[in-house]
Design a protein around this ligand. Structure first.
Ligand code: AMP
Length: 409
């Protein structure tokens, strides 16, 4: 059915039923990351390059395509360089990329990410990947594969780049349009292309493995050793490259074997030069981002935190005075932490009781104008079909008392 207004291509609504998984991902991220010493950072949705448009005053604005560059910008802008040790930050929120929409690839999508600033130590690479794997474990995800590579540094990567260009030169016409453009700018990304022709063209190409300098080799080996110590299995993938070219040394992706073509649910790596490029002091760094849109559907409902309990009480008001009393009472009950539902249509008692049943409440408070004059109302226990007269002024206390008795073992 086409409705009058629809969400635009490449964006979607997250509705109740699905949103619980998103909330679970966010809540678990806070728990797992904060335990590892990360603090949240909230970064603006606008940055300076990408999904760009002029605002009303003609300034060019850009919706952020990812979080790392924004966190680095914030880190440099606010001089966050002086921690007792490293600086650990995490973020969550929407990102925007003007890509061709397809299953698992949207124009507005959500990421949860984390960044560590201030150390080159490969222990951090393994430690942060370990945190990410523990996080996915807490979400109950199975069949994940960690693919890892080291992309080298300023010293060794340029040599590899040259060798790759030389290898691909004769095959340039076989490459897709995008990769022909990438050829000069970032030839490593041709490894990342899904087109069969490009895949074919890179067969037998040199890989970074043949070109890593001793420093990069050592760093990579140590990272892998630390992963072994954490019992984290990995697959070395010398063709793994990242979409953005600021990565140095470690690069990794987490693949969900159950997904189709867009099967990476998280990716990240080391970016030792980016802080300097943003005008900060030399500061090695490491981070990752999780794709929430791709991950949430993999979560089994059984691992979600207990659902919010059904509203505890339904108030059935019969009459005008009762209606006004209900309006006040709902506020009082909510202030006491009691979930309340009501009918807004002035329906009959029978129809209100039916609604109360639909909400699945434990109690219904029936307020009629006559009882109200005596300060009384009827409290009906929906599961036991019992009812009793109660003082309206004491209703919050009575419900709290009853629910605490109920939750005793
Ligand atoms: P990236 O740093 O680009 O690899 O992004 C990290 C993760 O975000 C990926 O592994 C995906 O799970 C997710 N992601 C990236 N782009 C999109 C997109 N257009 N739509 C949905 N998820 C995305």
């Amino acid at each position: 059915m086409t409705t009058k207004y629809q969400a635009i291509k490449g964006v979607k609504d997250i509705l109740p039923g699905e949103v619980e998984k998103w909330q679970f991902m966010e809540k678990t991220a806070r728990e797992v990351f904060e335990l590892c010493g990360f603090s949240e950072i909230r970064i603006p949705i606008f940055e300076k390059e990408m999904y760009t448009f002029p605002d009303r005053s003609g300034d060019s604005l850009t919706l952020r395509p990812e979080g790392t560059a924004s966190v680095v910008r914030a880190y440099v802008e606010h001089n966050l360089y002086n921690p007792p040790s490293v600086v650990k930050l995490y973020y969550m929120g929407p990102m925007f990329r003007c890509e061709r929409p397809q299953a698992g690839r949207y124009r507005q999508f959500y990421q949860i990410g984390a960044e560590v600033f201030g150390t080159e130590n490969p222990e951090i690479d393994a430690d942060v990947i370990g945190m990410l794997m523990r996080y996915f474990e807490r979400l109950g995800l199975k069949e994940l594969e960690l693919q890892i590579n080291s992309l080298g540094c300023d010293e060794c990567r340029p040599k590899f780049r040259e060798a790759l260009i030389t290898f691909l030169k004769g095959k340039k016409s076989l490459l897709c349009e995008d990769c022909q453009k990438r050829f000069e700018r970032n030839p490593l990304r041709i490894f990342d292309c899904k087109s069969a022709n490009c895949h074919e063209a890179t067969k037998g190409a040199p890989t970074i493995e043949d070109y890593r300098c001793d420093n990069c080799k050592n760093h990579f080996n140590s990272t892998l050793n630390y992963l072994d110590k954490l019992n984290i299995p990995y697959v070395k993938n010398p063709k793994l490259v990242r979409g953005l070219d600021y990565y140095t040394k470690t690069a990794f992706e987490i693949i969900s074997k159950g997904l189709g073509a867009q099967n990476a649910i998280a990716g990240g790596g080391r970016y030792d030069k980016l802080v300097e490029e943003f005008g900060g002091p030399p500061t090695p760094a490491f981070g990752f981002a999780i794709g929430v849109d791709r991950t949430a559907p993999l979560i089994q409902p059984s691992v979600l935190s207990p659902q919010p309990s059904a509203p505890h009480v339904f108030i059935a008001a019969l009459g005008e005075k009762a209606d006004l009393k209900t309006f006040e009472l709902i506020n009082v009950l909510r202030q006491n932490g009691i979930r309340v539902e009501r009918d807004y249509e002035g329906s009959s008692l029978k129809s209100q009781l039916r609604k109360a049943n639909k909400f699945g409440v434990k109690y219904t408070l029936i307020i009629g104008d006559n009882e109200l004059d005596k300060g009384k109302a009827v409290l009906k226990d929906m599961s036991e079909s019992k009812q009793e007269e109660v003082d309206i002024s004491k209703i919050a206390e009575i419900l709290i008392e009853k629910s605490s008795r109920q939750s005793l073992p």
